[in-house]
Design a protein around this ligand. Structure first.
Ligand code: ISE
Length: 334
């Protein structure tokens, strides 16, 4: 049984604790920590774990084999560095950290430790639809990918959601999953700002069209539209030399009623990617038990941060911006 300590017991943290406790095999949550005492109490009530006021003490605890970091992104670096120092395996919700510099510090610490310890929580790689597209691409039957047309629509967002968040919060999923799908890295990005929807507000340009070019020359367009009103709608089509692969829609029945034919569209990411979260965490638990990490790693977290920074710059300049990593990919991650 893998004994896990969870740092961060807000909504997402408790969702993971519930998953780890009630769904995932071979894992037990033995410790929880959150600066907000009530969050920690609610979490302990789900799993029966011991409450630690100090997250460092949780990481050091003898009976904690592996750590789940689900605190806000800005608070990730410290526990990750501590866990690396102690050689404990970590599942870290995205983002790895909020700045590229912090991500690189984590990468460097892991490389120095010489052991793969960190998995970054990019759950789309575990979604059945994306996995089917990946399998088709890897089969080689359709030739090389040339273009990707993608859509990331949310029904609506709060007043606190601003233009850069369309990258950091939203397109960050495409940034990771599309580099994995195409087995490629990004060279440059651009953002086009169409007319703004009446449902947006002064601090948010919505929708946006994000364009990414990979090192192999694949061109990707992502429509990010977070006040689309009609649902949580994620699309991905890969146009290849010998065919085109469009990701399957979630399976819902076609309903005929009142002279209309309709199909459900999900309304939030936790429903749309529910199974992906479960598969992701079970896979992490199975591998972490054997001391292995095979999911998105710290380098993927760093790449996502660097690409996001370039996109935010492109939002401001309207120009094509290069995606620049401060170092070459270390052999450790190849
Ligand atoms: C949210 O944080 C997510 O992770 C969702 O997948 C994304 O669609 C949404 O825009 C984000 O705010």
């Amino acid at each position: 049984m893998l004994k896990v300590g969870v740092i961060g017991c807000g909504g997402m943290g408790r969702d993971h604790i519930d998953r780890l406790t009630n769904k995932i095999q071979g894992v037990e949550v033995v410790a929880v920590s959150d600066p907000v005492a009530d969050n920690a109490k609610l979490a302990a009530a789900i799993c029966g774990g011991k409450i630690y006021e100090d997250a460092n003490a949780l990481i050091e605890a003898q009976d904690v084999d592996a750590i789940f970091v689900v605190s806000p992104g800005f608070a990730h670096k410290e526990p990750l560095l501590k866990a690396i120092e102690l050689g404990k395996r970590v599942f870290c919700e995205k983002p790895l950290a909020t700045t590229a510099m912090d991500c690189l510090e984590i990468v460097n610490a892991e490389v120095k430790a010489g052991k793969h310890l960190i998995q970054t929580g990019f759950m789309r790689r575990y979604d059945k639809g994306y996995c089917q597209v990946k399998e088709a691409l890897d089969s080689g039957m359709y030739g090389e990918p040339l273009m990707l047309h993608c859509t990331h629509r949310n029904p609506e967002v709060g007043e606190n959601y601003t233009t850069p968040m369309a990258v950091h919060d939203t397109a960050i999923h495409e940034i990771d999953v599309l580099h994995w799908l195409t087995d490629d890295e990004y060279e440059s990005v651009q953002v086009i700002m169409p007319r703004v929807t009446k449902y947006s507000h002064g601090k948010l340009n919505d929708p946006q069209i994000m364009l990414l070019r990979t090192k192999k020359g694949i061109c990707i367009d992502v429509e990010v539209f977070v006040n689309c009103k009609f649902g949580y709608d994620i699309q991905c089509e890969v146009v290849c030399e010998d065919g085109s692969i469009k990701m399957a829609e979630p399976a819902y029945p076609d309903v005929r009623r009142d002279a209309k034919l309709s199909t459900t569209i999900d309304t939030d990411c936790f429903v749309r990617f529910k199974d992906a979260y479960d598969v992701e965490v079970q896979d992490w638990a199975d591998k972490a038990k054997d001391g292995v990490i095979t999911g998105p790693n710290a380098w993927d977290g760093y790449l996502a941060a660097v690409t996001a920074d370039a996109l935010v710059k492109a939002q401001e300049t309207g120009q094509i911006e290069p995606v620049v990593t401060a170092v070459e990919k270390p052999d450790f991650y190849k």
